[in-house]
Design a protein. Structure first.
Lengths: 97, 598
């Protein structure tokens, strides 16, 4: 159960961090990223990422750290492909232009 | 007929290059030279995380054990068998079934006493050893043993072995090749981090349908997202060969204590080394690993304490430790000793040892309690445990497997990227050359690319897709080669390499535009056929294994279907993409010109 929580926390954190980049935000949201939102996404992303690390290690100790790195790879690796797919599918960035 | 040669490319002054550019060259060549060996090592090593499960699948004659078995029942069966068949042995070893290995592997051997070493000839000593040693697989429920009816196979263990000793060559040669490749890989990782300027900015970036830029993104994603794993696996891989990489550092201090390295390396077993070395090895085993020497046999028959009481006592002390095996020294003797070998978990010695008196059941001490081993030993053991995933539950094992595949994808995308860069650079140069020679009236340029690039392209496709096809052939051979055939285990391995070699032939004779898709379809067909081959040749197919809850067999078959699906999907997408790209014949020219020497 903890593993699923950690996994989805990392997914959420990665999504926030991904959106905190101008080009990705424009691709996914179809509009330019404003500075206050960027800061909130970045702080929120790192906070949730830290929370996922704490959740994993409190439950499983050192083994939780090994799990965390594995889950981090599993959660973040598909994200660039999903962003690219959504951009191609909905073309939101073109609408923004 | 004019052609482009290396001489036409203006030389690049090394002084003009910055630090990152120099590192870029190091990155390219340190990883390109060993790239196919590294891919082989990564694929076989990644498969190795499931080597026990694969071995189980490759021995379908060994029945599925549905329920966990009580230790008392197992030990009763094991000691009865050993008492009847191995009474002359001085060591009995009984492995405990686990969720990964449902049966018990028992083996027995005989040590030569100092008196026997003096009185018997080496041949007689060998005969004594041989006649009192053996091994057998035991069904923990029924007590039945498995013998010749189980097919001979290298199993998953052979694939696992291949990742550090390769195949068809002496062990030492294979090890040295893997060591050199690992060092180059580590250099490649470090230089890769240095040259990746926008490591955070490009973290989530993938630009599809952009030729080599897309490949670069795939290379970056597969390496950056899994970087901690790649660094750990490469560094710990080197650590395995510490003594080989740095022999003076390793063996130098041993000379201070009078340790004779040559005697140690040339002796057939620990029992054969000279007395001084034996003494030092004993000190090392006790101080670093907590292994105390077994007491001499008293020569007085005695009944043994129930072995299940010993394991119960151990489990009450270490509820999280996984017992690997129980070893009995001098069984049925007054001085009989029982040693439990276990996996204590991360941050502890790789293998824990707990000692008991087998005659009384009294606890004598262990390496996980008051004995923690040295700090350096624990760090090394932890890093090596991380490499092998020794402590890993099944979920973590899957994570290891997936990140291992990402490592293979990193290597594969790097290899493809290198070839695409060169081909594109050649094509751009050739078109420019053709234009200038047409203007000057020298005739058309030779449209051929360099032989080295073509060779790399062939090797890339034959290795990246061909090796998985070879592995599928290995599994298929396990089911299709007759069970009683002489040398079938080595024939299975031969099937793997023959299939792999045939993909290289295909890569040479088939058009390069189609070969990737064709081989991926072939891989899809090969993996999809494995569960069917299993169904036609055994009674452990999905129709039986799923209702029985035999997840070891069912999991393997379903994974094969999954891999087949992924290959099929990739082949389908690749075919569609090729059709999509076809109407744009000049797409390559629109790509930015790359520096051929980069």
């Amino acid at each position: 159960m903890t593993l699923f929580v950690v996994f989805f926390l990392i997914v959420g954190a990665s999504a926030c961090l991904c959106l905190s980049f101008d080009k990705h935000y424009k691709k996914l949201m179809g509009k330019a990223l404003k500075s206050p939102i960027k800061a909130k996404l970045r702080v929120g992303g790192y906070t949730v990422l830290l929370a996922s690390l704490v959740t994993g290690t409190v439950e499983n100790g050192w083994l939780g750290l090994v799990y965390w790195f594995g889950l981090f790879s599993l959660a973040t690796a598909p994200l660039p492909f999903i962003v690219a797919y959504l951009d191609q599918r909905f073309r939101l960035s073109e609408r923004a232009d | 007929m004019a052609s482009i040669t290396k001489a036409d490319t203006p030389p690049i002054e090394y002084e003009e290059r910055g630090f990152r550019q120099v590192m870029s060259v190091v990155h390219t060549w340190s990883t390109l030279v060993p790239i196919w060996v590294l891919y082989f090592v990564f694929i076989t090593g990644t498969i190795g995380y499931f080597h026990v499960e694969i071995t189980n699948w490759m021995k379908p004659e060994i029945d599925h054990v549905a329920e966990p078995v009580d230790d008392a029942v197992l030990f009763e069966h094991a000691t009865r068998y050993l008492g009847e068949n191995a009474a002359g042995a001085t060591t009995w070893s009984i492995s405990l079934p686990s969720e990964r290995r449902e049966t018990s592997f028992i083996f027995w051997s005989r040590n030569i006493t100092p008196e026997e070493r003096e009185t018997l000839t080496p041949a007689q000593q060998e005969e004594l050893r041989e006649s009192n040693s053996g091994n057998v697989v035991l069904d923990p429920v029924t007590g039945a043993t498995y013998g010749d009816e189980v097919r001979a196979t290298g199993g998953g263990d052979l694939l696992y072995r291949m990742h550090y000793v390769l195949h068809y060559m002496p062990r030492a040669m294979g090890e040295y090749i893997v060591i050199i490749c690992t060092i180059l890989m580590f250099a490649g990782l470090v230089t890769g981090i240095i040259i990746h300027k926008k490591i955070f900015k490009d973290f989530f970036t993938f630009r599809p349908a952009k030729g080599q830029r897309s490949w670069l993104d795939v290379h970056n994603i597969s390496s950056v997202m899994t970087l901690p794993f790649q660094l750990m696996i490469t560094f710990s891989g080197m650590l395995f060969y510490l003594a080989t990489i740095m022999p003076l550092v390793f063996y130098g201090p041993t000379a201070t204590f009078g340790f004779d390295v040559e005697d140690f390396l040339t002796s057939e077993s620990i029992a054969d080394v000279n007395p001084k070395n034996q003494e030092l090895i004993g000190i090392l085993a006790e101080e670093v690993f907590g292994i105390t020497p077994a007491p001499e046999a008293a020569g007085v028959q005695a009944s043994m304490a129930p072995l299940s009481d010993i394991t119960s006592d151990f489990r009450s002390r270490y509820p999280d430790a996984k017992i690997d095996r129980l070893i009995l020294q001098n069984p049925s003797d007054q001085n009989a000793a029982a040693t439990i070998r276990f996996v204590p978990g991360i941050g502890s010695p790789a293998i824990g040892v707990a000692n008991y008196s087998a005659a009384t059941g009294e606890r004598l001490g262990d390496s996980a309690g008051e004995r923690q081993g040295s700090v350096a030993g624990n760090i090394q053991a932890t890093i090596l445990s991380l490499h092998e995933g020794r402590f890993s539950p099944i979920a973590l094992r899957w994570l290891y497997f997936l990140t291992g595949l990402a490592g293979a994808a990193m290597i594969a995308s790097g290899a493809v990227l290198w070839a695409r860069k060169r081909r594109q650079a050649y094509e751009t140069e050739l078109k420019r050359f053709a234009k200038t020679s047409a203007q000057s009236g020298d005739g058309a340029a030779d449209p051929k690319v360099g032989k080295g690039v073509i060779f790399v392209e062939h090797m890339n496709v034959a290795t990246i897709i061909g090796l998985p096809i070879g592995v599928a052939a290995y599994f298929l051979a396990n089911r299709l080669i007759p069970v009683g055939l002489e040398g079938r285990a080595s024939l299975e391995a031969d099937a793997m390499f023959i299939a792999w070699a045939l993909t290289f032939v295909m890569a040479v004779i088939r058009p390069s535009r189609r070969i990737w898709t064709e081989l991926m379809w072939l891989a899809c067909a090969a993996y999809a056929s494995i569960p069917f081959a299993n169904a036609f040749t055994t009674n452990r197919h999905l129709g039986a294994s799923l209702p029985d809850g035999d997840w070891m067999m069912a999991g393997f078959d379903l994974t094969m279907f999954g891999i087949a699906f992924l290959f099929g999907l990739t082949a389908y997408r690749s075919a569609i993409t090729r059709v999509d790209i076809k109407p744009q014949p000049n797409a390559a020219i629109q790509q930015p010109v790359m520096d051929p020497a980069q």
